[in-house]
Structure formats: C-alpha cells, structure tokens
Design a protein around this ligand. Structure first.
Ligand code: Q46
Ligand code: ZN
Length: 302
C-alpha cells in the first residue's frame, strides 16, 4: 500500500478514510484532524491558556504532543487516583513526557489532598469505581483549570470513546446526557471551557501516532475498568466498524450535525438551574455538589 499523499510506502492504513499514510504524512493527518476540530468547534482562541488532562495513556499524550507541536501553549495536569501500581506507572509516563518536552506538569494527588483513593473511596461511597473516578476527574479538572487561570481544559477523548458514550446515551435515550455530549462545553459561572480535540481520531490512530513519534505511554488497562459498561459498547461498535468501515464516524458526526442541536436546550435548562455548592463553590443543581458528597463518604477510609 502506498501513502495517499506522497505515494511513499505506507506504514498505516486508515480504513475509515480508505487511505494509507507514510510516517510523515500520518503525523500531518493527525495534526490536521485536531486542527480541524479546534476550528470547527471554536475550541481554542488565539492567546488562550490551555490545560491538558494527562493520564500517561496514548490519547492524552498524543493530544499534548500535537498541541505543543502546533504552537498552542499548554501545560499538563496529572491527577493521582491512587489505583495502586497502575497509578504509579501512569504518573511516571506523564512526568517523563513532560520532562522530555520541557513542559510544565501540574499534579494533584487525590489520596493526599482529599483522603481517599478510587478503590477504597468508591467502595466506601457505594459507587462503581468508574463512576466515582469520573466524578472526581470532572470536578478536579475544572477546579485546576479555574485555580490556575486557564481558559480551557482539554481531554484526550477520541472518536471511539465518544461513539461508545453516545451509544450508551442513545440506548437509554438519556436526553440530559445527550444534551451535554458535545466536543466543546462552554465556560460559565464556575466552569472553564472543556474541549475534546481528538474526536476526529480513533484509538488506533492515537496509538500509532505515539508509536511512530517515539512517545512512551502506559499500555496496561486500568485494573478497575472491568465492569465498565463502555467497554461493551466499544466492542459492539468495533464489530460494526469491522463490517462497514466508517460507521462509527457516521454515527457520531451524524449525531453532532443533526441531533445535538435538537437536544442542546436540555443542557441549557440545566445550566440555568445551577447554583454554588456551599462546600466547595462548584456549580451544582443539588444542595451540596456530588463531589463534596463523595469526599464526605469516601474520605478517611485510607
Ligand atoms: S481510570 Fe477511572 Fe478510567 Fe480506571 S477507574 Fe474507571 S474511569 S477505568 S478512564
Ligand atoms: Zn461541592
């Protein structure tokens, strides 16, 4: 197979685009896809400060690399979740990448700062690990963004992630979640803007990007991911994609083009109902925010 752009021998084929790429043209393809998302969804404006949430995995490191290489000023944020050896190792990859690029990595350690880790905290709070983890991450990414004076927090969610989440939301017709499922969530009182610049790249492409660019990342899956529903949705979508390449992108981008505008009002209504949490100041619709409730139940069990 030859490279679609320059006819040199291809190192990767991307079936969704029915195209092969050589190393240099593949890297350019990845950068172009990210820039296209940034432009299409007005994710980052000139001069804005961006904080990238970095887990040490392929997606977040590829994202940080692409943003740095395209001249966007970005610091990294690593959140220590206290998931045993997995967290120790993922932290090492995040720090090694930051050191290699001479980039700033902000670190927040969940056990040291809030008195719980994901395995014990989720059990104490009687929540599924990924639910406690996702809630903690969303809260702390936003808090770190606000406290550090950043305009934007970027996460490494890719096309496979977003299609799987969409699949789950559609299976349950969860309009509130569907209304919020967009690659950019606007800033508001107590919120920094959240962006997902990798939505035009698949997991296979971010992995190939890291391998080709010599970026070391944690390959092991999180040991707490076993019961995660999204893994099943990903498998189902992968089967459909194998039979008809491009289905995943058609599903996700069709939603963004045709359905997201119809459900956007649901998210807006929710935003109107927000007020400040008396515990931490974060916006919430309840008396006390979900993060403060989690800290109260999960803290002190270490
Ligand atoms: S880190 Fe956290 Fe993931 Fe592990 S506990 Fe679940 S959500 S699987 S991306
Ligand atoms: Zn709170």
């Amino acid at each position: 197979m030859k490279c679609r752009s320059c006819r040199a021998p291809a190192v990767i084929d991307v079936r969704r685009h029915n195209a092969g790429f050589c190393h240099a043209c593949f890297v350019r393809h990845c950068r172009e896809q990210v820039q296209r998302s940034i432009k299409a969804f007005d994710m980052i404006r000139p001069g804005e400060r961006v904080l990238v949430a970095v887990s040490g995995g392929k997606d977040s490191l590829a994202l940080w690399d692409i943003l740095l290489d395209t001249g966007i000023a970005t610091d990294g944020l690593y959140l220590g979740l206290g998931i045993g050896e997995y967290s120790d190792e993922s932290g090492r990859y995040a720090r090694a990448y930051a050191a290699r690029r001479g980039a700033r990595l902000v670190e927040v350690d969940l056990p040291a700062t809030f008195g719980y880790d994901i395995p014990t905290g989720s059990a104490a709070a009687r929540r599924a690990p990924c639910s406690a983890c996702g809630l903690s991450k969303r809260h702390l990414f936003n808090q770190a963004g606000l406290e550090g004076g950043y305009d934007v927090v970027a996460t490494g969610h890719n096309l496979d992630d977003e299609a799987a989440v969409l699949f789950g939301n559609v299976l349950r017709w969860d309009l509130a979640y569907l209304g919020r499922q967009y690659p950019v969530l606007p800033a508001g009182e107590g919120f920094v803007r959240k962006i997902k610049p990798l939505v035009r790249l698949s997991e296979r492409e971010t992995a190939a990007y890291c391998v080709l660019q010599g970026i070391d990342y944690i390959v092991d899956e999180c040991p707490m991911s076993a019961g995660n529903r999204h893994l099943g949705y990903k498998e189902a979508l992968n089967e459909i994609e194998a039979r008809s390449p491009g289905s995943k992108a058609a599903f996700y981008f069709g939603f963004l083009d045709r359905v997201a505008p119809m459900v956007a009002g649901v998210a807006e209504e929710e935003r109107q109902a927000l007020h400040e949490c008396p515990g931490c100041g974060a916006p919430t619709v309840s008396d006390v925010c979900a993060f403060c409730k989690l800290v109260e139940r999960a803290g002190g069990h270490l």
